[in-house]
Design a protein around this ligand. Structure first.
Ligand code: SME
Length: 153
C-alpha cells in the first residue's frame, strides 16, 4: 500500500471516537508499520507534562528503553526544540543520536503541532539505509495534522 492509500485509513482510525486517543494512535502505528516496508518502528512521543522531556506514548515494533528523552538529546530531543522535521539518512553519521536497536539505519522525526505549539512528534526508525523522501515528510505531516484535530477537541 502506498502513502496516499494510507491517508484515508489514518483518518478512519482517528474517527473511531469510542476508542481512547492512545488506542487510536496505537492503531495508526500498527497500520503504518504493517504497510510500509521500510517503517520498522513507529511511535509517538509527547511532552511530559510541564517537564522539558518527551515521554513515549503509543508505538509499534520492539519495545525501547528510551521511554523518556530529555529535550535536546537524540534526534527526538532535538526536534522538540527545533520545531522542524529531522530526516536522518544514516544514523551512524549523527553525534547526537540515541540508539534504540542495532538494526536501525535511518530515522525520521516530524513534530506534531496543536494550536501552533510543538507538543510531540512521530518517530520512525528504518532498518533500510536512506529510505525517506519528501513524500514521507508530507505524509507524516498529514498524519500529525489529523492527530492534532483530535487532540484540539
Ligand atoms: N533514536 C531516537 C530515540 C528514540 S528510538 O528511535 C525509539 C533519538 O535519537 O532520539
Amino acid at each position: 500500500m502506498n502513502l496516499e492509500e494510507l491517508k484515508p485509513k489514518v483518518t478512519n482510525i482517528l474517527a473511531q471516537e469510542q476508542l481512547s486517543v492512545e488506542h487510536r494512535l496505537e492503531e495508526i502505528c500498527n497500520v503504518l508499520r504493517d504497510n510500509i516496508s521500510y517503517y520498522n518502528w513507529v511511535g509517538f512521543y509527547f511532552k511530559n507534562g510541564d517537564k522539558n522531556e518527551l515521554k513515549l506514548s503509543s508505538f509499534a515494533g520492539e519495545p525501547t528503553d528510551h521511554t523518556i528523552i530529555p529535550f535536546g538529546k537524540g534526534i527526538c530531543g532535538q526536534v522538540a526544540e527545533s520545531n522542524s522535521n529531522f530526516v536522518v539518512p544514516d544514523v551512524k553519521a549523527q553525534d547526537n543520536y540515541i540508539a534504540c536497536s542495532i538494526t536501525v539505519k535511518a530515522e525520521i522525526v516530524v513534530p506534531l503541532f496543536v494550536n501552533g505549539k510543538n507538543i510531540g512528534q512521530i518517530d520512525i526508525d528504518s532498518n533500510t539505509i536512506d529510505p525517506f523522501t519528501d513524500k514521507d515528510e508530507r505524509f507524516l505531516e498529514f498524519v500529525n495534522a489529523e492527530v492534532a484535530k483530535v487532540l484540539e477537541k
